[in-house]
Structures are given as C-alpha cells and as structure tokens.
Write a protein that binds this ligand. Sequence first.
Ligand code: HEM
Length: 185
Amino acid sequence: MYGLIHNSLRAMVKTELGNDAWAEIVEAAGLSEKDFLSLKSYDDSVVLALLAATHKTTGRSVNDLLYDFGRHFIKHTAFGHYSAVMSMHGSSVWELLDSLNHMHDRIASSFPDYAPPSFQLLGSGDGSYELTYSSTRQGLTSFVRGLIAGLADHFSVVIDINVLEDACSDQGQITRFSLKAIEPT
Ligand code: HEM
C-alpha cells in the first residue's frame, strides 16, 4: 500500500500514544523506517506488521484499531490534505459513497499501479442503502466500517452500519453492508 496510509496510521498512533510508542511499534514490526513516503508503494506486509505491533503495544484488537484508523483517515487525511478532492466528489455521505470509484480513479495519476477497492451503492428509496465493497485484499472490513463512520462524523449524521455478507476468496474480499441514517431523537 502507498505510504499515505502508513503516514496516516503514524499520525494517529503519535497523537494517541506519543512519539516513543511509535518508535517502539516500528521496531517491534521489524522495520527500519520511521517515516514513509506518501507517494511510494510499500508491500502490504509493512502496514500489516505495523498494525500487529500496535495491537501488541496497546492490547487493542486489530479490528478496533482498523475502525479507529478509518475514522482518523477520513478526518485527518481525506478531509486534511485531500479536502478539495473530497469536496469535489460530494456534499453528503451518500454522494461521496456513490463516487468513491470515480474519486480513486481521479487520483490514480498520483498513485501509479495502485490497487484501490471498488464500491457500489444502492439506495432503496426509504433512506436505507446497500454498499458493496470489493478489494483485492482481505481483512479490511473494520477499516471500511471506520471510514463510513468517519464520513458520517464529518457530515454530523449517525449511520447504523451492519454487515449483510462477507466473503473471502483468493481474489480478495467482498463485503455487503446495510447502511441507514439514524434520525436524531
Ligand atoms: C481523497 C481522499 C482519499 C485518498 C487520497 C485515498 C487514497 C488511497 C490510497 C493511496 C490507497 C492505497 C491503495 C494501494 O496502495 O494500493 C487507498 C486505499 C483504500 N481506500 Fe482510499 N483514498 C481516499 C478516500 C477514501 C474514502 C473516502 C474511502 C471510503 C469511504 C476509501 C477507501 C479505501 C479503502 C477501503 C482502502 C484500502 C485498500 C483496499 O480495501 O484494498 N478511500 N486509498
């Protein structure tokens, strides 16, 4: 994965646990680099090793870490450096979820040969949606959950997120989510 992802994870860990904890995590992951180049692609094993080492240091499950990381990524990376790109692709959670493929396509010139996921959003007309996430990777469902929650946070809505189906194969993973905005009471 591109170093953009590692740098976003590093920012989250440093904010929550401090610089020393990050240095320990990098060492425990068996890596020599503390900094990553956002526009350089690293083997997926690097980010997985960082997550495993963060789990060991914090005792938090990898899925919980991925969920928090998804929310962090939306707040600090997507709506940070890339806020213009985000704004160009929608002004609501649903518009953005509907244009994720287009958005990942548009930024492909910065990330040559990358392997972003693909998404399909289907609305049922009653305010509930079905989102299908397809990836060449496995194990990132909690990250997607966090990303959706992060988008909801950004637009000050609460979304009930449920997994309808989750299928892994040699080709990667496909997860079908049901999403429904919860009305404030
Ligand atoms: C403008 C903001 C964004 C940028 C610059 C961006 C860029 C990237 C990059 C560089 C990767 C790594 C892919 C690779 O190295 O092969 C990635 C992965 C990913 N992106 Fe985005 N992204 C953005 C917004 C989003 C949003 C809003 C979502 C969903 C709500 C999303 C979902 C994902 C997921 C789930 C992955 C993990 C890879 C996988 O599932 O296989 N991204 N993105």
